[in-house]
Design a protein around this ligand. Structure first.
Ligand code: FDA
Length: 391
């Protein structure tokens, strides 16, 4: 079998690249070892796929080579994907500022991509194993469970390591190393935190409680909801902070973002001295959390009984809650992988490997990782299109 282009990985980036190259007249084959295309798309956004972020900029991405993503993101913008989504009649909603989700189901995004692949004449073969890859003249040669396949260009779109049960493998990294590329350290990101037993029990007692916080770690600062779980802490604020966190780090949580707790407590003591602290807290925080805080601090006097020093201690506990997570839930639940194929040997225009233009890497397999909120799919679309147009 011979194709102009073979794409390994029928995920977001691979399908986007394939359909783009297909429309450009290339004979394209996509192979994937999974039994379904786009499994992560199907699972994403709680089944509704947060398919882009209208405010996406290169500043929303982490990489050892931060300028690498600029070119592709500039050329294929969120509005371009929105136009495609609307052309296919996919209803969407903006849940948080800029974050666009399917109104109905993520399935519509996979259907859209497979329909476009079909229209562009792309062949998609699932349940296909790639056993070996070798350079073959100006092109590449693959040994696969379909037999030997030759191609002019091979695009590696095998994604990151998160959620192995969805088909994630380190295949793309191994291939990169085989052809002399470096792979930067990888670690799970956009992942919930686990806690040591004392805090774990406290979090478990509050499982299901969600509260808007400002959380920070190593310069990353996010004002988003925090969710207490049976294992620890989750919710957008914690997922975002996990991309900055290193083992042993503390995270700092402000439970009353935008408020000056010490000043507010003193004002409340002057205005309503007979009020209990728990009542004051209960007006600002979910009741279960307010109650738990009072128990943790062992203090629920009336405001008039609180000295300035006590109020200051309360303000500190509320606005600079310092917590050292035990770890994260790891690859099992992480949404993305930080790190990946080192982009310094890859062209930011066409995603070709330096000195080996018939080999390309796109999407999450590269050392480019977005924040939460639709940025990772935007990277998959943008890198897929940039590469596809050049094939
Ligand atoms: P992707 O992982 O999509 O595709 C890789 C493909 O390669 C897979 O089909 C896999 O089976 C295949 N493959 C791997 N190894 C192979 C091998 N050895 N041989 C053959 N095939 C192989 N992002 C976002 O922007 N908004 C969101 O709402 C979410 N939500 C979300 C939820 C959850 C639970 C997860 C796990 C992730 C998200 N993400 C997200 C992240 C987003 O899903 C991710 O960044 C993109 O899917 C990456 O696209 P890629 O095409 O690069 O890899």
């Amino acid at each position: 079998m011979r194709y102009d282009v073979v794409v390994i990985g029928a995920g977001a980036a691979g399908l986007m690249c394939a359909l783009t190259a297909g429309y450009a007249g290339r004979r394209v084959l996509v192979v994937d070892h999974a039994n379904k295309a786009g499994k992560k798309i199907l699972m994403s956004g709680g089944g509704r796929c947060n398919f882009t972020n209208l405010n996406s900029t290169p500043a929303n991405f982490f990489s050892d080579n931060p300028a690498f993503c600029i070119s592709a993101l500039k050329r294929y913008r969120p509005e371009h994907f929105v136009e495609l989504v609307e052309r296919h009649g996919v209803e969407h909603v903006e849940k948080a500022p800029g974050q666009l989700f399917c109104a109905d189901s993520s399935k519509e995004i996979v259907r859209l991509l497979l329909t476009e692949c079909d229209w562009a004449g792309v062949e998609v073969r699932l349940k296909t194993r790639v056993e070996a890859v070798a350079r073959h003249g100006e092109g590449m040669r693959l040994a696969t469970s379909l037999g030997p396949i030759e191609c002019g260009a091979l695009v590696v779109a095998t994604g990151g390591l998160s959620i192995p049960t969805l088909g994630a493998t380190g295949f793309g990294y191994d291939l990169a190393r085989q052809f002399g590329l470096d792979v930067t350290d990888t670690r799970p990101a956009l992942v919930p935190f686990t806690l040591t037993s004392h805090w774990k029990d406290r979090a478990a007692a509050l499982a299901g409680v969600s509260v808007e916080v400002e959380a920070s770690c190593r310069g990353g600062r996010y004002r988003e909801p925090l969710l207490f779980t049976h294992r620890g802490l989750s919710g957008p604020a914690m997922l975002q902070v996990s991309s900055h966190w290193q083992p042993g780090d503390e995270i700092v949580i402000d439970l009353l973002p935008g408020e000056e707790a010490f000043a507010a407590l003193r004002a409340a003591r002057d205005a309503t001295p007979r009020r209990r602290l728990s009542t004051w807290l209960g007006e600002r925080l979910p009741k279960r959390l307010a109650q738990a805080l009072v128990e943790w601090q062992g203090d629920d006097g009336v405001l008039a009984e609180q000295s300035n020093a006590r109020l200051e201690a309360w303000a500190e506990a509320l606005q600079r809650w310092r917590l050292k997570p035990a770890g994260t839930e790891g690859w099992r639940t992480a949404e993305v992988t930080l790190g990946g194929v080192d982009t310094r040997a890859v062209s930011s225009r066409d995603f070709a490997v330096a000195g080996l233009p018939q080999l390309r890497f796109i999407g999450e397999v590269l050392d480019v990782t977005g924040e939460l909120g639709g940025h990772n799919f935007q990277w998959a679309w943008a890198s897929g299109v940039a590469c596809g147009l050049s094939l």
